[in-house]
Design a protein around this ligand. Sequence first.
Ligand code: GLC
Length: 468
Amino acid sequence: MNLRDLKHIWNQRYDVAFSQLEKLKDINLVATAFNTNIDAIYKITGKQLEKLIIENGFSLSEIKDISISQFRTPKDVVLGIVKCFSKGIAEEWIAEDKEVYDWLNNNIGYQRLQMGGQAGIIANVLALLKIKKVIAHTNSHPKLQAEQFLDLDNLFSFDADGKLVNSKKLERPNDIPLIHWIIEFDKGDSFTIEGQTFTCPKSNRFIATYDPMNMNLVMNNGFVSFMEKDNGIQYLLLSGFNPLLEKNNGVSLIKNTTILLEKWKSANPNMIVHLEVASTQDKVVRKAIAKELAPFAHSIGLNERETIDLLEVLDQDELASKTEKETNAINLFDALLYLMKTLKPQRIQLHMFGLYITIQDKNFKYTPSQNINGMITASVVSSSKAYNGELTQYDHLTLAQGIGVSDIGLNELNSLATKICKPELLENGVCEYEDFLISAVPTILVEKPKTLVGMGDTISSVSLLAGI
Ligand code: GLC
């Protein structure tokens, strides 16, 4: 079948998003944890970055092939941006020192504030999708945090007395605002230093985080006691381990969380736990996420980078470097299979550029065709976010419907289906492989995304729930 016909089939399949959006309204209760914060967004141009490099006295040799992934001094913010800009990648560096926060405030500033953190971003989008009740964990809830929640009457957090209160109206006045810097840049933009030009290959972002609460995985008591009772929670969307550091007790914080999760799961036996991996620079923490935490999740969500990062800490250096060199669906599929067999969730989902792939075992609640419906809905919702820059009204959710699936995604799907000899994967999006059920969906790609932060969180949560 030629690309045009294939595209036509997939584009028609995308109509299902509308009925899935209706079905989402039947879900009763969902909780999101742990990280909710405020994102300060700054879109940087190549020219502005060039100026920062020069002003801060970095030479060409210092900005070429940057390998560090953490701050030594506040000025290293510049190196973080250069690294991500020139490779078109996403990284988040964690600052232990408030000086980094001050440096960002004084030297970069921001253009707007928005909801940040997996738990916060997911809570807003799920509430907008009209899930009956969404409960967002917040370890800090000052007025500025409350302002980042959508004004929806199905969205709740806990007050200082452990009472559920509408998240937008709740204010815990003694709490501090947790602000993370998100520096976004555009594909094709460039800067020149000492005659050498660096061009950004892919729109992406660098995150600089100074957040004493999320770095210590401080938990809200009201939320913890709520989860310990059987309240009929259907899904727990879990993340927020990315800001932990080994030297800051990160591994024991993760181990303690698994004890809680055990309790929560036995109180709510029908609850599906999804772990969103998120970009985690500290390798010891990353390994603990894989080894200690992942076994408690039914479902795992990750992107290309996070997949490679997990391979690295699971001693799969060869597969990691092969996938890093050629980050395509074929190598990533091998990586996912490895993770599925090693971490043993019921389901693992990759959201790569242009394509989503889910591998599940035969016990997972939803069938592969339900997963396809979920992934299609996620593609529509997340590309609508990229297209519009925000999802704040119900009619924003489908703004990108009709753009059509990307050639990039179809070509990736084609090469994967050919490699594993499963032509049905290309046309129908489903196949069996070894003992697993596979589903895959080519996605909509927005030409000039207005924003990218929170895309993965949106994709993973929507595709899981919209599999209903
Ligand atoms: C990380 C960052 C947070 C951002 C989120 C987006 O959790 O700390 O600031 O909003 O990723 O996915």
